[in-house]
Design a protein around this ligand. Structure first.
Ligand code: SAM
Ligand code: SF4
Ligand code: SF4
Length: 346
């Protein structure tokens, strides 16, 4: 498809529609305590999960409405069989400037090469601890060796701008910041420290477990000396900083310094529900429209209209709430799995 000449859709707070996160599966092989702490989950019905052709048509429509950055996520996206085929289909959309993947990397050793060949631009790996026992306690699987192998395989396959996402939790892994920066340096990846968020699914969340941006910076300054900001962050969620030795890292301070005013992202679930905000209560059903056979141009008109009405600023509203606890209780999530982070796509 040729580059559309029209301007991107702009929402009520003057934010353009630029970036789309596509969840390709709601299942995951890990059980991170900040995301999937329960024993049992309600999964999306298999027949509702979009085919690659349906995802392709919807992404074409989003591109017509302004999207230029697409990130594949989940659940664990590498569990979706044939993922490189989807990447190759999306790559045909030549106006996508950035086609990226967020993964826990347990299957990256096998898939890094095929994904690179299919045209994936960038990989972000989630890694919260380098200590095998701690890692196992966090994700309830003994998977650190596979993850480390996956990260090495990404480098060998030619992915150059690797990012490593670490959710920092008070009293759990906040003593590993330096080790993770050192590891990032070794593997040629940039670490982004993420504040533990009270998103749907984080039923164990409480404010005292959040390691705030200010605490992360104070700890690193104590160890490395003065830290300088790397300039304006634009619409990117991470604010970047530089150590004296030139090492760069990011902090995603969604809890203590939310950045909704610049948010150009929305999310498509594996069963075709479109969410305008990570915290949105309801989404819009694009599966029904794509399965009714509407062409990309008509879907784009619907998407444009939806985005133009957008006023969401979920994280800022949460920050202003007087008594902050977990966003949803387990019963809410069982009844409406679309509220889960692993369904909505992080
Ligand atoms: N399974 C893949 C992974 O972990 O990279 C992709 C999906 S996961 C939902 C995407 C991102 O969301 C991960 O980087 C994860 O750390 C982040 N995430 C999940 N729950 C979170 C929470 N409560 N607070 C902050 N980040 C969270
Ligand atoms: Fe962990 Fe990602 Fe799985 Fe959530 S979806 S449990 S963050 S690996
Ligand atoms: Fe964007 Fe919603 Fe996240 Fe704010 S909370 S940055 S509006 S997705």
């Amino acid at each position: 498809m040729k580059a559309p000449a029209t301007r991107p859709a702009i929402d009520q707070l003057a934010r353009p529609l630029n970036s789309l996160r596509v969840s390709v599966i709601d299942r995951c092989d890990l059980r991170c305590s900040y995301c999937m702490p329960e024993e049992h989950y309600t999964w999306l019905p298999q027949e509702d999960v979009l085919s690659f052709a349906e995802i392709g048509t919807l992404v074409d429509a989003f591109v017509l409405a302004g999207v230029r950055k697409v990130r594949l996520t989940g659940g664990e996206p590498l569990l979706r069989r044939g993922l490189p085929e989807l990447v190759a289909r999306l790559r045909e959309q030549s106006v996508i400037e950035d086609l990226a993947l967020t993964t826990n990397a347990t299957h990256l050793a096998q898939l890094a090469g095929p994904l690179r060949q299919a045209g994936l631009d960038r990989v972000t790996v989630s890694l919260d601890s380098l200590q095998p026992e701690r890692f196992k306690r966090l994700v309830r699987r003994d998977a650190l060796p596979q993850v480390l192998e996956g990260i090495r395989a990404a480098g060998a396959a030619g992915f150059t701008s690797l990012k490593i996402n670490t959710v920092v939790m008070q009293g759990f892994n906040d003593d590993e910041l330096e080790a993770l920066l050192e590891f990032g340096h070794q593997v040629g990846g940039e670490v982004r420290f993420i504040e533990y968020m009270d998103v749907g699914g984080a039923t164990l969340w409480s404010m005292d477990k959040v390691c705030a941006k200010a605490q992360i910076l104070a700890r690193l300054e104590e160890c490395y000396g003065p830290i300088v900001p790397c300039g304006p962050q634009g619409a990117a969620p991470a604010e970047r900083f530089r150590l004296q030795d030139g090492t760069c890292f990011g902090i995603i301070a969604s809890v203590t310094e939310p950045f909704c005013r610049a948010c150009d992202r929305s999310r498509l679930t594996a069963d075709g529900q479109w969410y305008l905000c990570l915290y949105a209560q309801e989404g819009m059903d694009l599966r029904r429209l794509v399965r009714a056979g509407h062409p990309a141009e008509e879907l784009a008109a619907f998407i444009r209209q939806g985005w133009e009405a957008r006023t969401d600023r979920g994280a800022e509203e949460r920050a202003a709430a007087p008594h902050r606890g977990a966003l949803y209780q387990v019963e809410d999530l069982r009844q409406n799995p679309h509220r889960e982070m692993h369904t909505r796509g992080g």
